[in-house]
Design a protein around this ligand. Structure first.
Ligand code: ZN
Length: 211
């Protein structure tokens, strides 16, 4: 876990940053989809490694691509709320933020029957305490312990992979993106990441919290 993440971890102890390191398990997460250009690639590569993951979906994308969203569900992955319009928490009044958040929940709810606690990840990792208080009434707020920075065009695909591998330990929650911006790095890093940790005996599971 890097220093910035550790600092935020102290500021927001009620959020989930990583899972207990009791077994060789990694929790992969994918933000900003589902989109037809990238999400099916992710699903295919996850299937190849028998890996489960958690997709934090943008409501507008579910609305535009319900068939891609359906594929995510059918493959047995977990899904979470990433707001309807990828709204910035620190710049939005509580009412606006919560209405956008609820909109996404509606999109998720159309096709899913969630038996475990609902999951939420704030876009940009930014959310005010007031907003978080409302969200936590119904959702577990999931952050991450490994930021791959797959979206960072200054990073080469090799650097992206290296930083992801270095930062990962048992129980890690790893953040990738199924987005157009991140796909160049992600398409390279994800398969190699899966190959690397599968060979070391790690399993990849979806995030579930009992209600
Ligand atoms: Zn996002």
């Amino acid at each position: 876990m890097d220093k910035t993440i550790k600092l935020f971890n102290c500021l927001y102890p009620k959020f989930i940053w990583e899972m207990p390191p009791v077994e060789k398990v990694i929790y992969l997460t994918f933000d900003d989809g589902p989109i037809p250009e990238v999400t099916p690639f992710v699903l295919e590569i996850l299937e190849k490694y028998n890996a489960e993951a958690t997709f934090f979906c943008v409501g507008q994308n579910i609305e535009k691509h319900p068939d891609v969203f359906k594929q995510v569900i059918e493959k047995g992955h977990a899904v979470g709320n990433h707001t309807h319009s990828h709204i910035k928490g620190w710049r939005s009044p509580v009412e606006t933020y919560i209405s956008d958040f609820k909109n996404c929940d509606e999109q998720l709810g159309l096709l899913t029957d969630l038996k475990s606690k609902k999951l939420f990840r704030p876009p940009y990792g930014r959310i005010t305490r007031k907003q978080a208080k409302v969200v936590r009434n119904t959702h577990e707020i999931i952050m991450w312990s490994v930021l791959t920075k797959d979206y960072d065009i200054r990073l080469s695909p090799e650097q992206c992979l290296e930083r992801a591998i270095k930062a990962t330990e048992s129980g890690a929650i790893v953040l990738f993106h199924d987005s157009l911006k991140a796909q160049k790095n992600m398409r390279y890093a994800l398969p190699q990441y899966l190959a690397h940790f599968s060979a070391l005996g790690f399993k990849f599971k979806a995030l579930h919290f009992d209600t």
